[in-house]
Write a protein that binds this ligand. Sequence first.
Ligand code: PEP
Length: 250
Amino acid sequence: MTQRRPLIAGNWKMNCLRADGLALASSLAAKASEKGDLGCDILVCPPATLLSDVVGVTHGSVVAVGGQDCHVAISGAHTGDLAAPMLTDIGAQYVLVGHSERRADHGESSTDIRKKAIAAHDAGLIAVVCVGETEEERDLGATLPVVNGQVAVSLPDGATAKNTVVAYEPVWAIGTGRTASVEEVADVHRAIRAELVKRFEDGNEFRILYGGSVKPSNAKELLGVEDVDGALVGGASLKVEDFWQIIESC
Ligand code: PEP
């Protein structure tokens, strides 16, 4: 059986002023250095204002840093956006693309996400491609076609298990306190794995994260589901103790 190293990723979203963000990142880096290898990779995705400083305070630790989005272009007249090479330039290693909040707030389509993933790869970043159905789509019984469709369009042909991570995040479970059941998670992750294996030579090696109200109390159960290779954590990644407990649940 393929051994995939889990990834626990924290998405800070539009949270943390400088002092709080740096304190959070420094505590994580210190804990990670003190505890040694816990058998999983750790990633934090702070807001753009803190990226450089968080790279600084986590330097030399196993805590990797990622952006929350990138533009499809490498430079140009795109006020307020960040180009993927800018993330690489400051020492980020990952970038989230296609988070449901970007899809909803900025009208990003799966085609846009694919272009962003290509931009990320070209810049040497690992793209964490987020997919997930809305509550309405789940109620209509359309979860698997919706998610499979997003995976098919959002992942570029050049995706590999090394440059891409897939994050399944049911939209109705993000920030709501509601979590998908173990059965629901297992069904979708199995379907995503099948798509990846069908399309990519190394489809079995891709990490597929679950995201949606992951917290210390449910992390172990969710991370124990087959084909769940880690978690993308929003709210609970803002408290070092909570995030650390999730990391230790790997
Ligand atoms: C997220 O933003 O990706 C997320 C999963 O948020 P939360 O853990 O707060 O539901």
